[in-house]
Design a protein around this ligand. Structure first.
Ligand code: AGP
Length: 609
């Protein structure tokens, strides 16, 4: 999705803005632009913008582009196609105001008509351009006043940064539903929508809250509510490793992040296991034993892979804690006017903590009096701030659009939640300890799968030749199949569909042919025989098979390529079976020559509905 950067201080802004935008590329975008304020005969705006990549923008910037204050943007088209004109920044009619904006202005149509009636010529198709005109036309004396007046007319979501030639000593920023972070440097200040753009320069930051405006000058910042009443906000020093935002020796962030999974799994467990009582301690849930025991149902809500892993969590929780649990796509949830029950625990699952569909589901639950906890990776993100309690994933920054290590930590966190909820109910101490032992083995087992990259690459190359693939699994294996198909389609752009193995005969079997490989999830469990039976039906129809399984599973005479993964406790098998699927998707995409970290049409954080 769109990204914002800003700089004000003693250095030339343009190179810093370009560097910041390059660090936001992973979020997904289709055009980019910058504006700086400079000039010897009084400050004026210089703007460069273009459809395409940040490197195209760097080529498009003219030689004379000096200015020590500036804003930049990567755009992910929502209103109007990706072209030079629709790229941000957008200017007012006099060319004095430059605005970059993330989010969506819901009443842009009405505002455009109103402005047109006043004789304003709108040059782009965007919703953002109206903000520039509203700021430009405001008669307030200060830039803050102009921005405040403009925002008062706007319905929708925004993170914005505004430059004005008449106020060259400042950038004014505002937030409502779209992240906006201020970074404090030495006699210079940065602005960004994502920490990734800031960490090279500073780790002392302030997150704006919804409904706030801030003035950012070279020497500091001041925050206000939207009506300009003071809202003091201090910057805090974050414990962040800037190296974590670099791919280092890896060809892509996805590769780096897959390989980080063993350490990420260790981190999410650290300090949370209690072997003596066979339980977990999750202080952040903010629930006492009585409240925990009162839970009658658990509902996981997330989007995309966070939803699929939520399905894994629901199965795990139901098995271990014996609480009826299910998962639902957060993007659908609130549209069916859901019944919110006081004895249901709602669990919002999100790596970024900014996915708007998940955030809006959380708000809907809270509005109706429900209790919602968050499983979130990004500390201080919108969902983390909105929920009643939660579990931080400690996966470290995840940059690649295709989520890997965050999902693994989500699964591990679900296990901790199942332990804590299970142990105040039916789960025995012996079973609690059994699970703890399994969790402790996980990092090493994940590593042993990742070590087999070259073996997996051979299979991936074969799969990459197919235009269409099936991923199948049952019960615990079905969300694994869904996640496998999701990873495959996201980065290889092949059609990958997940089905319950049990559903094949009810329709999808008609598609089986030598051109359509099936990747099957077959753990050694109570369903093995039935799973293997279904695979014979596929083989009998000439369908090529790749089977993710355990060494102990006898596939008989089946003509299949098998990938054995280490066994753990059966409840934890799903995550170990997910790891080779990530690698298959990754190596297939590599074989096809795709840009692994920036898959087409996709964004890292989906911050618009
Ligand atoms: C995962 O590979 C996807 N890019 C996507 O489905 C993602 O999981 C989803 O958009 C949710 O993101 P979140 O975890 O940041 O909320």
């Amino acid at each position: 999705m769109c990204g914002i950067v800003g700089y004000i201080g003693g250095q030339q802004a343009a190179p810093l803005l370009l560097e910041g935008l390059a660090r936001l590329e992973h979020r997904g975008y289709d055009s980019a632009g910058v504006a700086v304020l400079g000039g010897s005969s009084g400050p004026s705006l210089r703007v460069a913008k273009t459809a395409g990549r940040v490197r195209d923008l760097a080529d498009a910037i003219p030689k004379r582009f000096a200015g020590r204050a500036g804003v930049g943007h990567t755009r992910w088209a929502t209103h109007g196609p990706a072209n030079d004109v629709n790229a941000h920044p957008h200017l007012d009619a006099k060319g004095e105001v430059a605005v970059v904006h993330n989010g969506i202005i819901d009443n842009a149509g009405t505002l455009r008509e109103r402005l047109a009636d006043l004789g304003v010529e709108l040059v782009s198709d965007t919703d953002t351009e109206v903000v520039a005109h509203l700021v430009g036309r405001s008669e307030a004396d200060t830039l803050e006043g102009k921005v405040s007046e403009a925002l008062a007319q706007i319905d929708g979501t925004y993170g914005i940064a505004v430059l004005h030639a008449g106020f060259p000593d400042r950038i004014v920023v505002a937030r409502n539903g779209s992240p906006l972070i201020i970074g404090v440097g030495e006699k210079e200040m940065h602005v960004a929508s994502d920490l990734a753009a800031l960490v090279r320069y500073t780790t002392t930051v302030a997150h704006l809250e919804d409904g706030e405006i801030a003035t950012v000058t070279a020497s500091g910042f001041t925050t206000y509510r939207q009506d300009l009443t003071p809202a003091a906000r201090a910057a805090t020093k974050l414990d962040l490793d800037p190296e974590a935002y670099d791919a280092g020796e890896h060809a892509s962030f996805m590769h780096k992040e897959m390989l980080e999974q063993p350490t990420a799994a260790e981190r999410v467990l650290r300090g949370r296991l209690d072997e003596r009582f066979g339980t977990a301690h999750l202080g952040g849930l903010n629930m006492d034993a009585r409240e925990t025991r009162a839970i009658r149902r658990v509902k996981f809500l997330g989007c995309g892979s966070a939803y699929y892993v939520g399905q894994m969590g629901a199965t795990l929780l139901e098995e271990l804690a014996r609480i009826p649990s299910d998962a639902e796509a957060a993007s659908e949830f609130r549209y069916r006017n859901p019944i919110i029950e006081p004895d249901t625990l709602y669990v919002a699952v999100s790596q970024s903590g900014e996915t708007v569909d998940t955030l809006l589901a959380v708000q809907e639950i809270r509005r109706k009096g429900g209790r919602v906890i968050g499983l979130v990776n990004v500390v201080g993100s919108a969902i983390a701030r909105e929920v009643d309690g939660g579990i931080y994933l400690h996966a470290g920054p995840e940059v690649a659009v295709a989520s890997t290590k965050a999902l693994t930590t989500m699964f591990v966190a679900f296990s901790l939640l199942a332990l804590q909820l299970g142990r105040v109910r039916d789960l025995s101490v012996a079973d609690g300890r059994r699970l703890i032992a399994g969790l402790t083995r996980l990092p090493e087992q994940i590593e042993s799968i990742l070590d087999r990259e070259e073996e997996l690459a051979e299979v991936a190359v074969e799969l990459s030749r197919a235009q269409s693939l099936f991923f199948v699994g049952r019960v615990r294996g079905f969300p694994v199949a869904r996640e496998g198909a999701q990873k495959f389609k996201e980065i290889s752009y092949r059609h990958a569909e997940a089905y319950q193995t049990s559903e094949l005969k009810h329709g999808p079997l008609a598609l089986i042919s030598p051109d359509l490989p099936t990747v099957a999830i077959v753990p050694d469990d109570e369903l093995t025989d039935r799973n293997v039976g279904a695979l014979h039906e596929i083989a009998a129809r000439g369908g090529p098979l790749v089977v993710i399984t355990h060494e102990t599973v006898d596939l008989g005479e089946l003509d299949a390529r098998r990938i054995d993964v280490p066994r753990n406790e059966r409840e934890l098998d799903p995550i170990l079976m997910t790891i080779p699927l990530q690698m298959l998707a990754y190596r297939a995409a590599l074989e096809l020559g795709h840009d692994i970290d920036k898959p087409r049409n996709l964004a890292k954080s989906v911050t618009v509905e």
